[in-house]
Write a protein that binds this ligand. Structure first.
Ligand SMILES: CC(=O)N[C@H]1[C@@H](OP(=O)(O)O)O[C@H](CO)[C@@H](O)[C@@H]1O
Length: 429
């Protein structure tokens, strides 16, 4: 038998075998939602195994580029778990693969699963059975079902001939996305590289804050609510190196500190707006921040009075407005610097929100003359829209969000910076 036929046969055997090891419980139905599959952690193994198959196929399709799997149920209760796939650019999996994800997760028996994969491979032109390679990076949060589901994902990945799984360990969701992106860019992608970048960026940011604009204030205490999840664990590891700020972690995930996302974390604070687990009237006036269970949400708050149980919240809408003001101010500084080289920097700045954004924040941003657009709920929609701009700022009120810069804009900034340095050296500025 020719080598290719042998490999094809082996491929079929592996798929049938893994599907029979992870049968779909009757009455179970999975749907790839805004952030992947989610359910009670104890029922998730079939969906996670099939997500493993899917991620490996995606990597084969993309010529062996690294694809990511995150095992987390984010802000949901500790008994839940979930799985989502990251594309090679570090963003969410391309949406046109979601219908296949659903079909695969719900394939009723091994033969149906095999037929689905073979048909999809044919339709998408995936070179399965040949001399392909695939690599999948895996991360998971601190949930008790994490390790068991990691094993299901590994078995799914290994069911694709030539696929290679790399367990990156217990991570925040942003860490895994960052690692996938860096790996595909051929740059350093380990956890210690992530920490180095974070610590260095934080130091450089603090250096930029003028003392007369709150630089001294920043140096004071910050209490971070880690939601008893992975964010608190990682922050404990690096907080001593985030020089210039005194960070105290509460709900850090240590034994005895409380239950993941229970009466704590970004989702709880944003919805309830009351002093929560780990906080007390003694914290009145201190800057505080809350993460969620996988640390991809962030809101700030302050305990407002010792007698009332209330907090003042700085939610995603307000964080977005602060970023918008700051970035616009930086662009104005560049454009008014009197240099001859500015003409090249008219950046297209876009603000992306969802229907859940506070209308007052939208009006505030529009009054600043900024372009504000809307997408459905979910990072995958917001992120995609933000990429259409030179600088795209997006946040959901619940604290999911970021700022994205186009490659072209970054290279323009680089050349502007070089030109300004040479103007300074020549005494023109
Ligand atoms: C990565 C992602 O898209 N997460 C979604 C998802 O939040 P999680 O924190 O991932 O559970 O559901 C939220 C709605 O409940 C939505 O606002 C958010 O965008």
């Amino acid at each position: 038998m020719a080598a290719n036929q042998e490999q094809e046969k082996e491929q079929r055997r592996r798929l049938l075998d893994v599907a029979s090891r992870f049968p779909l419980p009757s009455g179970c139905r999975f749907s790839y939602g805004t952030a992947g599959f989610r359910a009670d952690g104890a029922t998730m193994a079939p969906a996670v195994c099939r997500a493993g198959i899917l991620a490996a196929l995606r990597s084969v399709k993309l010529a062996g580029a690294a694809v990511g799997i995150v095992i987390t149920a984010s802000h949901n209760p500790v008994g839940d778990n979930g799985v989502k796939i990251a594309d090679p650019d570090g963003g969410m999996m391309a949406q046109h693969w979601e219908p296949f994800a659903d079909a695969l997760a719900n394939a009723p028996d091994p033969d149906a699963l095999l037929q689905l994969v073979l048909q999809f491979v044919k339709d998408e032109g995936i070179p399965l059975g040949g001399h392909h390679t695939a690599q999948v990076l895996l991360g998971r949060d601190t949930r008790p079902t994490g390790e068991y589901l990691l094993d299901a994902a590994l078995q799914g990945i290994n069911a694709i001939v030539g696929a290679h799984a790399i367990d990156m360990g217990i991570l925040t969701t942003p860490q895994l996305h960052w690692m996938v992106r860096n790996k595909n860019k051929g740059i350093k992608a380990s956890e210690s590289d992530y920490f180095t970048q974070l610590i260095d960026s934080f130091r450089r940011m603090l250096e930029l804050v003028p003392k007369d604009k709150g630089g001294d204030e920043l140096a004071k205490k910050l209490i971070v609510d880690g939601a008893n999840g992975i964010g608190g664990v990682k922050l404990e590891q690096i907080k001593a190196e985030l020089s210039g700020i005194d960070i105290i972690v509460r709900n850090s995930g240590k034994e005895g500190e409380g239950i993941l996302n229970h009466m704590c974390g970004a989702d709880f604070v944003q919805k309830e707006r009351v002093t929560h687990h780990g906080f007390s009237p003694e914290d009145v006036g201190v800057r505080c921040a809350s993460l969620d269970g996988d640390a991809d949400r962030l809101v700030y708050f302050c305990v407002s009075s010792a007698s009332e149980n209330k907090v003042d919240l700085v939610d995603g809408d307000k964080i977005l407005s602060l970023f918008a003001l700051f970035i616009r101010e930086q662009l104005d500084i560049i454009n008014n610097s009197g240099s001859q080289v500015n003409k090249s920097l008219p950046a297209r700045l876009g603000i992306v929100q969802t229907a859940y954004a506070n209308g007052a924040s939208t009006q505030f941003l529009k009054n600043l003359g900024l372009e504000v657009v809307f997408t459905p709920t979910g990072v995958k929609y917001l992120h995609k829209k933000a990429l259409e701009y030179d600088i795209g700022i997006y946040f959901e009120a619940n604290g999911h969000g970021t700022v994205v810069f186009s490659e072209e804009f970054l290279s323009q900034l680089d050349s502007l910076s070089n030109e300004l340095s040479s103007e300074t050296a020549n005494g023109k500025l």
